[in-house]
Ligand binder design. Sequence first.
Ligand SMILES: NC(=O)C1=CN([C@@H]2O[C@H](COP(=O)(O)OP(=O)(O)OC[C@H]3O[C@@H](n4cnc5c(N)ncnc54)[C@H](O)[C@@H]3O)[C@@H](O)[C@H]2O)[C@@H](O)CC1
Ligand SMILES: Nc1ncnc2c1ncn2[C@@H]1O[C@H](COP(=O)(O)OP(=O)(O)O)[C@@H](O)[C@H]1O
Ligand SMILES: [K+]
Length: 479
Amino acid sequence: MRYGHGVEAVRAAEGELMARVPEGALMQRAAAGLAAACGDVLGRVYGARVVVLAGSGSNGGDALFAGARLAKRGAAVTAVLLASDRTHEGGLAALLAAGGRAVHPADGPAVITRAHLVLDGITGIGGKGGLRPAAVSLAEAAYEARAAIVAVDLPSGVDADTGEVRGAAVRADVTVTFGTYKPGLLIDPAAGLAGALRLVDIGLDPYLGAAELEALQHADVAALLPDPTGESDKYARGVVGIAAGSQRYPGAAVLAVSGALRAGAGAVRYVGPGGEAVLARHPETLVSTGSPHEAGRVQAWVVGPGLGDTPQARTTVGEVLDSDVPVLVDADGLRMLDPERVRGRTAPTLLTPHAGEAAALLGWDRADVEARRLEAVRTLAARFGATVLLKGSTTLVADPRDGTPVRVNPTGTAWLATAGSGDVLSGLTGSLLAARLDPRDAASVGAYLHGLSARLAEGPLSALDVADTIPAAWRNVRS
Ligand SMILES: NC(=O)C1=CN([C@@H]2O[C@H](COP(=O)(O)OP(=O)(O)OC[C@H]3O[C@@H](n4cnc5c(N)ncnc54)[C@H](O)[C@@H]3O)[C@@H](O)[C@H]2O)[C@@H](O)CC1
Ligand SMILES: Nc1ncnc2c1ncn2[C@@H]1O[C@H](COP(=O)(O)OP(=O)(O)O)[C@@H](O)[C@H]1O
Ligand SMILES: [K+]
């Protein structure tokens, strides 16, 4: 598991730790890890041209001390001092003593043009808002120079706590972060600017407290996958009910059923007008044309994909919500939700909106959901008393229980932005709910397998390709 902590928790932990170690020790640990990462990026440090963009705080201090270490190993290091009257004194002194030099920002672009590596030490967790104009032109010069850009702790200009990007920000190839992942490194749009992440242990762990965010890794998913045992029968493995599709969108039914079958459901019961299309593709499906309560026993329901917005669809959603098993509501089903009705359910509910659907549920603009994903998903979970999986470039899963970390899915790929892939996710996740995973686990394992399937499919893919690759993703997690 990867854990993320916000600025307040990091500052508190730093305070505790600093009281126990010699002054400056943490910054030296950070700088040593940073210099080692720069060495890996450069391949050969001796003779490399390195530029340090040094802001006024400790982030600049980390970068300057790392620059000093690289200078000692034979790199030609130039610091561009963004606030020359407030530069970290010890860091600058160390760099100059190691043979580095310092220049004014106006001279920055000329040295950046020739650099092999640019260290972004403008702001870290103390940054407020986007980059200021002097820094913007340096960040642009670094980007144009095609130098490798290594961000110190965070790409400067992004919001460490939320992943928001409110102005200009550095676009890094690698971010070397200290002690723990900050939310802004894991959540888009900021995460998209961080490049590859590298965590340097500076000894904060014992003082960090409960995580705010979690990202599952292969081993975590492997431990949660519901593999059948010798005693399993189809009921023990989980029967999932799918109420999806319409005359107009029978394909949504096929895709949701595909997702469920590929994710190990013991059986899939389908209700709705798409039965013929479902059977043509998946003859093993138990199809009925009546209403959900006539379909027979299921361990979880998926309702909503391609359902349309008709009185019949509303009745279907209402009946499913009346059931006493976990329910996943997606797509059209989300338009028919009353928070009180969801809150009053006896079994868990999982909502899986994309940004547009989340915006409609919240009464926000879609762009605001995309900019403030963490706030959006938490607000929805609290309002509905439900687990919420917010889809998109970073899929987030929030639980209504207080203090439960939000899960961030690390496996997505933009190739998933293809019609119908969300329907596959709903069936896949419904199958995990039917296998009795806790809704938060079902949602985060579902998103993980879904993203991994798309990655394994490599390149352009259709939603059915995603479904067909789920077993390979399952094996990949197991291997
Ligand atoms: N002090 C220590 O021993 C350690 C410090 N670390 C580093 O210290 C950083 C936090 O340091 P600070 O609290 O000094 O804060 P930062 O260095 O992140 O930034 C604060 C400084 O930047 C200025 N600033 C804020 N927003 C700005 C903007 N948009 N444009 C330009 N300047 C802006 C502020 O005026 C302030 O001087 C961490 O991110 C990390 O890099 C630790 O990770 C390692 C241990
Ligand atoms: N830029 C992106 N990067 C990664 N995943 C994405 C991106 N855009 C969309 N996705 C994923 O693709 C799927 C699309 O689902 P959805 O929006 O419901 O589409 P549909 O209704 O066509 O099935 C979701 O799993 C979502 O997380
Ligand atoms: K930085």
